[in-house]
Ligand binder design. Structure first.
Ligand code: FMN
Ligand code: SF4
Length: 444
């Protein structure tokens, strides 16, 4: 029987009375008997890594928060969940909101945060309502806010507020998220300083993903060793895999890290409609490098195994594409998303995403040349690593790796005899991988 930490098979578990019948809000009591440092140590030992995309060790992140008790500190829970292919945090809002709230209380105690925000994407109207209902119930029962002092006989208390996003993907980036909460435009900040030094309103702040924090009560309740023994040792626990695309049973499946990708697709998600072959899989949301169908056999779904095949686990959003998928169209659609969502602060991201989209549209229109493929990779290389935030990399990687890994398909879509139509000569003359003497400028 597979282990369920987050999405339990218990009817009505989202209701506070059912959650309490199963030991809910008992772990915060246990946590408050320990010191904040002991909680941080326990989470460090458990090996919990962030579920928001970068897999950063959670206990280590918490340890960066200053210990000074006389300054305000904040905890932000990131439920922006706007990466295409990612739809797992909303399962927690819907089916296990109280475990998330209890996780927030324990985490806030560990880092000394007196105020916590749950940042939820604006389009998630239903889930904002469900989460607000759970929070109201928890306040009423005295588990959150000032009443905590009486309920748990403690000096510590924290308040939790739900902050609704307004539909921008960039507000999932942790520093843009903080600007958004402050009522400013959702621009990512230059780092350093990092949020633990200079966060919300300039005060120490920790930002964690919803799924990350929802794991915390189970770790404190059952112990670090228990959690560390689940799944792959270097990336332990379960993951909420969101499976979409060409599968018979799309959905969210909670499975231990290290589960075979083929098991997720065929055993849990019911295989590919019409038993077609798989051409491509994006393993962790659209910003993660895609992998070829012939790479998936024996591939385990955890951070380290995916690194070995040149990809990353990201948010665990698996997008399956069958043999009939038009990858040029897919890449153009993904690129359009990042172009649209770029906040525009950095030139490489603001301009580069638009250039890549124009080139891909040219190829889709049948006016592309094989030199366009190198040009796309060149533009992607000039974005990657040259921007304020990781949206630049998120836009560059799909282009770079999709073309590298499916070059045949892209070559088949371009016309080798066509002249390159370069509308902007100034940009076209910069050094690229195309030797300049090979470029025929079509002046019209
Ligand atoms: C453009 C962009 C969008 C992001 N969107 C999200 C998001 O929706 N949810 C999330 O948890 N992290 C998102 N992140 C990652 C956050 O910046 C941050 O690393 C994460 O919330 C930390 O949580 P964790 O340590 O628990 O994984 C995004 C990052 C970037 C660059
Ligand atoms: S990389 Fe893109 S989204 Fe990020 S700060 Fe720069 S312009 Fe904005």
């Amino acid at each position: 029987m597979s282990i369920k930490i987050l999405l339990k098979d218990i009817p009505d578990y989202h209701k506070i009375e059912v959650y309490r019948q199963h030991g809910g809000y008992e772990t915060i009591k246990k946590a408050l008997q320990k010191s904040p440092d002991e909680i941080i140590e326990e989470v460090k030992k458990s090996g919990l890594r962030g579920r928001g995309g970068a897999c950063f060790p959670t206990g280590l992140k918490w340890s960066f928060m200053p210990k000074d008790k006389n300054i305000p500190k904040f905890l932000c829970i990131n439920g922006d969940e706007s990466e295409p292919g990612s739809f797992k945090d909303r399962q927690i809002f819907e089916f296990n909101p109280h475990q998330l709230i209890e996780g927030i209380l324990i985490s806030a105690y560990a880092i000394g945060a007196q105020t916590c925000y749950i940042y939820i994407r604006g389009e998630y109207v239903k889930w904002i309502r469900l989460m607000q209902k759970a929070l109201d119930d928890a306040y009423e029962a005295g588990f959150v806010g000032e009443k905590m002092r009486e309920t748990f006989d403690t000096d510590f208390y924290t308040n939790i507020y739900i902050h609704r996003g307004a539909g921008a993907y960039i507000c999932g980036e942790e520093s843009a998220l903080m600007n958004s909460i402050e009522g400013k435009r959702g621009y990512p900040r230059v780092k350093p300083p990092f949020p633990a030094q200079y966060g919300l309103w300039g005060y120490p702040t920790t930002i964690n993903n919803v799924e990350t924090i929802a794991n915390v009560p189970a770790i404190i309740k059952n112990g670090a060793e228990w959690f560390a023994s689940i799944g792959e040792p270097k990336h332990p626990g379960t993951l909420l895999f969101g499976v979409s695309g060409h599968v018979n049973k799309p959905g969210v499946y909670e499975l231990p890290t290290g589960t075979l990708l083929t098991d997720i697709i065929y055993k849990y998600a019911g295989g590919v409609p019409g038993n077609k072959k798989i051409k491509c899989v994006i393993p962790g949301g659209t910003s993660m490098p895609p992998i070829r169908g012939d790479q998936i056999e024996g591939l385990k779904m955890d951070a380290e195994s995916l690194k070995q095949v040149g990809s990353a686990i990201g948010t665990g959003g698996i997008i399956v594409m069958d043999e009939d998928t038009d990858l040029v169209k897919v890449l153009a659609r993904i690129t359009k998303f990042y172009w649209h969502e770029s906040c525009g602060q950095c030139t490489p991201c603001r301009e580069g995403t638009g250039w890549m989209l124009k080139i891909l549209n040219r190829i889709l229109d049948g006016r592309g040349t094989s030199k366009d493929l190198d040009l796309l990779i060149d533009v992607a290389n000039n974005i990657e690593g040259h921007t304020i935030c990781a949206l630049g990399d998120a836009a560059a990687w799909p282009v770079k790796f999709m073309i590298e890994r499916f070059r045949d398909e892209f070559e088949a879509r371009v016309n080798k005899s066509i002249k390159i139509d370069i509308p902007n000569k100034v940009h076209s003359m910069r050094k690229t991988v195309i030797p300049l003497n090979e470029i025929k400028i079509n002046d019209n």
